[in-house]
Write a protein that binds this ligand. Structure first.
Ligand code: IPM
Ligand code: MG
Length: 400
């Protein structure tokens, strides 16, 4: 049974007795914990088919410790779907996703499809999925992992203790704004056009999520815009200020231009707690934030709708250059499965178990190629499959 985010928002608005202030939205998709869950699995392209079985192994091991089972339905998305079905987002995949309790995805894309027309590109499938499932709230945590501080390109004192949550709007902005396209004018000049556009309700719903997230963290929220130049950003800022007044009690709200934010993130990232931004600014800043913690290979994400299942996926791409070599790092996808347990399945114990197991495996010195320090005798280089096996074994051990 699902409890919709929209209903929760409406309910919390309706239930508060005046003059109590409105509450922010709440991020949960399932009404109560279950013994068994239907999960749509989207391995996608590149390293996806390697990190997916490693993740499934760890997740199943975690479920076993609490008598929770998973019914996986593997479906095609992205390049593999283009090759087999002639479309990056097959109807069958959409149907499976709609019927699932939650969706666990690996990664899509690769040079093989880069030259395709837009409708036959893997990314087009991903964007269609986001839009059709209404995945407007993208949560991208960037938390420094003590065992990996030296893997960051920034100084230890800059990254130690970094704990940022980027709340990125995922269904609007220049990604979906119309009109869009490439056209030729009467003089024969070609133009490329996209429209950076947000409606007030679109800004309001993501701002509510950000207030809720900030309230559950350190209570600081920085809203990113380019209001000194862009009208769409001025509206963004005005609406965020209004929503903060309505349901942001306890939250200290600040505003930053996106160019300054890009600089501040590498200058002194510890000034940030929760960051809320539109789709394109969030795309760029979340990649930047991920580098703070050492490796893109470590970061999970959640994309949540107001109703129905969310999608949980690592932030990293499909890394086609190392696909098929067993060199990929499955930890970001395993941590994405942990976020799924937390946000969609209401199984916080399973989430914690997976996170603790990942930490314990890192503590024991096991590293995939992307996070290994060559020459450090305390570290052991392992492949993708072995890393999955190690986390699964650690899960069982920790729960025993
Ligand atoms: C991301 C990715 C996607 C995006 C691409 C693959 C369409 O970069 O999830 O950040 O731009 O949103
Ligand atoms: Mg991106």
């Amino acid at each position: 049974m699902k409890l919709s985010l929209a209903l929760l928002v409406a309910a919390c608005d309706a239930l508060v007795a005046p003059p109590a202030p409105k509450r922010a939205t709440q991020l949960r998709a399932v009404a109560a914990p279950q013994d068994s869950y239907k999960i749509t699995l989207l391995p996608g392209d590149g390293i996806g088919p390697e990190i997916t079985p490693a993740t499934v192994k760890a997740l199943v091991a975690a479920g076993k410790t609490k008598g929770v089972t998973f019914d996986f339905d593997e479906q095609l998305l992205g390049g593999c779907a283009i090759d087999k079905e002639g479309t990056p987002w097959p109807d069958k995949t959409l149907e499976s996703c709609k019927a699932a309790d939650s969706i666990l995805m690996a990664a899509i894309g690769g040079p093989k499809w880069d030259g395709n027309p837009r409708e036959l590109r893997p990314e087009t499938g991903l964007l269609a999925m986001r839009q059709q499932l209404g995945l407007f709230a993208n949560l991208r945590p960037a938390k420094a992992i003590p065992q990996l501080l030296d893997a960051s390109s920034l100084k230890r004192e800059v990254v130690e203790g970094v704990d940022i949550m980027v709340v990125r709007e995922l269904c609007g902005d220049v990604y979906f704004g119309k009109p869009a396209g490439i056209y030729t004018d009467d003089a024969g000049v070609r133009w490329g056009q996209n429209n950076m556009i947000y409606s007030e309700p679109e800004i309001e719903r993501i701002a509510r999520v950000a207030m809720d997230v900030a309230q559950k963290r350190q209570g600081r929220c920085c809203s990113i815009d380019k209001a000194n130049v862009l009208d769409v950003s001025q509206l963004w800022k005005d609406v965020v200020i209004r929503v903060h007044g309505e349901c942001g009690q306890g939250v200290e709200l600040s505003h930053m231009y996106v160019d300054n934010a890009a600089m501040q993130l590498v200058r002194w990232p510890k000034q940030f707690d929760t960051i809320v931004c539109g789709n394109i600014f969030g795309d760029i800043l979340s990649d930047e934030a991920s580098m703070l913690v050492g490796s893109l290979g470590m970061l999970p994400s959640a994309s949540l709708p107001s109703e129905g299942p969310g999608v949980f996926e690592p932030i990293h791409g499909s890394a086609p250059d190392i696909a098929g070599t067993d060199a990929a790092n499955p930890l970001a996808m395993i941590l994405s499965a942990a976020m799924m347990c937390q946000y969609d399945l209401l199984q916080p114990d399973l989430a914690k178990l997976l996170e603790d197991a990942v930490e314990a495996v890192l503590d024991a010195g096991y590293r995939t190629r992307d996070i290994v320090n060559e020459g450090n005798a305390d570290e052991t280089l392992v492949g993708c499959k072995e890393m999955g096996d190690l986390v699964a074994a650690k899960v069982a051990e920790l729960a025993a």
